[in-house]
Design a protein around this ligand. Structure first.
Ligand code: GLP
Length: 247
C-alpha cells in the first residue's frame, strides 16, 4: 500500500517524516534503519536529535545502513556522506546507534565492498525502514534513470543533471564526483517499509512522475509503487503537480 501525506510547509513534512522514524524505533528499539543524505534530510535529523537529547527516544540499539556514498571520497572528507551523517546525526546524539554502516568510498575493490554490504544487510535481518530522498531527475539513492529494478548495491556513474543539482550540497569540493556506490533498486525494495521525503518545487516533476506511474526504470522513484508498504511525505511545493491533478 502506498500512503501519501502532503503538508503545507517543508518543516511540517520533515517533522512528520521524523515522527515515523521515531515511532519505528519506539516500536522496535533494535530497528535496522536505512538512512539517506541530502539537504532534504537535514531537518529530519535535527528533529530526531532534539527528541533524543530530550530523552524521548534512544537509537543506541539500532543498526543503520546508508544508501550511498561518493566514490573516491574518504570518510574523513567533509563532502563524503559519512561526514554528513556524523555532522547532522550521529555526533549530535548522546548515544548513537552502535552499528553504523556506510559504503566505503575509497574501497580498493568496489565490487567486493558492494557485495559485502549486501551480505551485511542480510545478516542484520534486512532493513525495517528505508528513508529515501528524491533526485530532481527522480533518482533514489544514486540509482539514476535507466537503473535496472533488479539492481543491487554497485558502482554507478552520476548524470550531469545530478552532478549539477548536488553542487549545492558541497562544502569543500568544487565539483561533484563522477561516480558513487549505491544500494540498488532491488536492495531498496527489499526493505520492509519505505519512507520517501521530498520538499521544494524542484522535486515536483520527479514526485509526480514517481507516484502517477507507470513504473519505469527511466523514473527510478516509480519503483516505490512496487513496494507493499511505502509512505511518501512531501510539502505542497513538491506536491504541486499532484495537487494540480486533483484540483
Ligand atoms: C543525493 C543522494 C540522494 C538524495 C538526493 C537529493 O543525490 N544520493 O539519496 O535523495 O541527493 O538531495 P537533496 O535532498 O539535497 O535535494
Amino acid at each position: 500500500m502506498l500512503t501519501v501525506y502532503l503538508y503545507p510547509r517543508p518543516e511540517q513534512a520533515e517533522e512528520a517524516c521524523a515522527r515515523i522514524i521515531y515511532h519505528q524505533v519506539k516500536k522496535k528499539p533494535n530497528s535496522v534503519l536505512g538512512l539517506a543524505t541530502g539537504l532534504t534530510m537535514v531537518g529530519v535529523y535535527k528533529k530526531l536529535c532534539q527528541w533524543e537529547q530530550e530523552g524521548k527516544v534512544d537509537f543506541s540499539s539500532c543498526t543503520t545502513f546508508n544508501l550511498d556514498e561518493y566514490y573516491g571520497l574518504s570518510p574523513e572528507h567533509p563532502d563524503s556522506f559519512y561526514a554528513y551523517m556524523e555532522r547532522n546525526f550521529f555526533a549530535q546524539l548522546k548515544s548513537p546507534p552502535q552499528a553504523r554502516n556506510l559504503l566505503n568510498g575509497i574501497a580498493p575493490n568496489p565490487e567486493k565492498e558492494c557485495r559485502e554490504y549486501e551480505e551485511k544487510i542480510k545478516k542484520a535481518g534486512g532493513i525495517d525502514l528505508q528513508l529515501l530522498g528524491l533526485g530532481r531527475n527522480a533518482h533514489i539513492g544514486f540509482n539514476e534513470p535507466g537503473s535496472d529494478f533488479q539492481s543491487r548495491t554497485r558502482l554507478v556513474s552520476l548524470t550531469e543533471d545530478t552532478r549539477e543539482a548536488n553542487l549545492k550540497d558541497l562544502i569543500q569540493l568544487k565539483e561533484v564526483p563522477e561516480k558513487a556506490l549505491t544500494m540498488g533498486i532491488k536492495t531498496i525494495l527489499s526493505a520492509k517499509a519505505l519512507l520517501l521525503l521530498a520538499t521544494g518545487e524542484a522535486k515536483s516533476w520527479a514526485l509526480f512522475k514517481s507516484l502517477v506511474g507507470p513504473t519505469s526504470p527511466e523514473i527510478p522513484g516509480s519503483a516505490i509503487l512496487l513496494h507493499p508498504r511505502a509512505m511518501v511525505i512531501a510539502d505542497h511545493q513538491a506536491g504541486k503537480k499532484l495537487i494540480e491533478l486533483v484540483a
